[in-house]
Design a protein around this ligand. Structure first.
Ligand SMILES: *Cc1c(COP(=O)(O)O)cnc(C)c1O
Length: 480
């Protein structure tokens, strides 16, 4: 089931010559890598004790939608790294942009009345690519910092409006907004809250719009979407509208399981935010930059946020960068009211900005986003639906464009989930791993989010490998 832990020293000799040539600079045997990794590296979101017993998979190279590990296995990446490598791996344009920028101006800050060409170009380009009312951008290094920045902007905004009592931010359970203290507090992942005794104040949560998992009785998805949105209104009334600053949500939940809300959800959320004068913040860290076939996922769902958190696809993950897109009405308040006391050493880092510009130009000029909307996105969704619509352990297929969630279920028709759903998801993910497909599991949902350059042929490969893994899971459970 698992790949070899103690690879023979000969393993690297079996790898393709191209791979060997590329990685010879640092090549060690897999077992050496694993021993050093176990000795010195603490991984994010990992149980190091058990990981160190089996050892990590060592990824040494990537091209297009494929990864290679230190054993020479070629793996198709159904997750675009961590939802971020939108233009695919190995694009020389991005490497050149970084290289040239490092020689020209590797760093300068944007604090003290200074700026530089890459951050100017990026801001102007983002203004072109974003929906019309978004013309201002603030930079940071990650999605988590983006959401910290959103909080800072929200509070500054209400101060400038003479409404300092508007402090409470409403978020959702099973949301993911990053792992800084503020990001983790905004997020609704129980296990992160448990581990974090000190939280950011004035953040409260409502329930998520997860129809398959949480709808009771005979409710239709549309009724359920409305009911979950109306929890926002109830919470605002409970807290007092004069005390509520903002609502934040991912247009579709990513890490929470690629949960697509019913069509009634976002229009109702928007109506409620406008009615009570609450800022609407869209965390587009996954949804942004083409994932659904639109530049931003809120365009797919048809609502208009006040603030947009961006990261991941902004640079296709080649270098770290995050940003917040600011609606004109909020930007105006920030600009006209004195100092905004927030910044990071690397806000608008020139190398990251240069890479972002090169990345966005590829997404636009190669028609990558358009292709997701008109060709590969619909094809991916159709292939998943025809393959899994009546599968014995698949209860729901959610998604649009090149992102999808497959709900594992014990009795799909009855919407009956597995009692040990997390274990079933892990089992399925291990089958994927062994079949050289990266497909992630969140509890009992299997997630796909391939690079946006994936071809129809590669989509066929992902879907057929996913089917093999899910078939094997069903068989192991005696449900095939
Ligand atoms: C990944 C993610 C974040 C956090 O971004 P980091 O760069 O890991 O800090 C925030 N929000 C969403 C929706 C994400 O998917």
């Amino acid at each position: 089931m698992s790949y070899r832990i103690d690879a023979p020293a000969s393993a690297l000799q079996e790898t393709p010559t191209t791979l060997r040539a590329q990685s010879s600079r640092t090549a060690r045997s897999t077992s050496e890598y694993r021993a050093l990794d176990a000795a010195h590296h603490i991984h994010p979101f990992s149980d190091m004790g058990s990981l160190n017993k089996t050892g990590s998979r060592v990824i040494v190279k990537a091209k297009g939608v494929y990864l290679w590990d230190s054993e020479g296995n070629q793996i198709i990446d159904g997750m675009a790294g961590l939802w971020c490598v939108n233009v695919g791996y190995g694009r020389k344009e991005l490497a050149d942009a970084a290289y040239e920028q490092m020689l020209e101006l590797p760093f300068y800050n944007t604090f003290f009345k200074t700026t530089h060409p890459p951050v100017i170009e990026l801001s102007a380009l983002l203004a072109q690519l974003s929906p019309e009312p978004f013309n201002h951008f603030f930079y940071c290094n990650s999605g988590s910092e983006g959401n910290d920045t959103v909080l800072r902007i929200v509070h500054q905004y209400w101060l400038t409006q003479g409404k300092p009592s508007k402090k409470v931010v409403i978020s959702r359970r099973n949301a993911y907004h990053g792992s800084t203290i503020a990001g983790g507090t905004l997020g609704g992942m129980g296990y992160m809250h448990e581990q974090m005794p000190s939280k950011v104040e004035n953040i409260v949560h409502i329930d998520q719009p997860y129809f398959y998992g949480e709808a009771q009785g005979n409710m239709t998805p549309e009724e359920f979407g409305l009911a979950r949105a109306q929890q926002l209104e109830a919470k605002i009334l409970e807290v007092g509208a004069e005390n509520v600053a903002a609502f934040i949500g991912e247009p579709f939940q990513g890490a929470g399981g690629v949960i697509f809300p019913p069509s009634t959800y976002w229009p109702e959320i928007q109506r409620i935010c406008r009615k009570y004068d609450i800022l609407l913040c869209a965390d587009e860290v996954i949804g942004g930059f083409g994932r659904t076939g639109e530049w931003f996922a809120h365009q797919h769902f048809g609502f208009e946020p006040d603030l947009i958190t961006m990261a991941k696809g902004l640079t296709s993950g080649y270098v770290p960068m995050g940003a917040v897109g600011i609606h004109d009405r909020v930007a105006k308040a920030l600009i006209e009211n004195g100092e905004f006391n927030h910044g990071l050493t690397y806000s608008g880092h020139p190398v990251a900005a240069a890479v972002a510009v090169a990345n966005l130009k590829l997404l636009r000029d190669e028609g990558i986003v358009t292709r997701v909307k008109n060709d590969t996105g619909p094809y991916f969704q159709q292939r998943l639906r025809e393959t899994f619509a009546s599968h014995p352990i698949i209860g729901e297929i959610s998604g649009a464009g090149l992102v999808a969630g497959l709900q594992l279920a014990e009795d799909p028709q009855a919407r009956k989930r597995f009692a040990n759903g997390g274990d079933v998801g892990t089992l399925c993910r291990d089958f994927c791993f062994n079949g050289n497909l990266i497909m992630r599991a969140t509890g009992d949902r299997m997630l796909l989010s391939p690079p946006l350059v994936v071809t129809r042929g590669e989509i066929d490969e992902i879907v057929s490998k996913a089917k093999k893994a899910i078939d094997a899971t069903a068989q192991q459970l005696g449900l095939s």
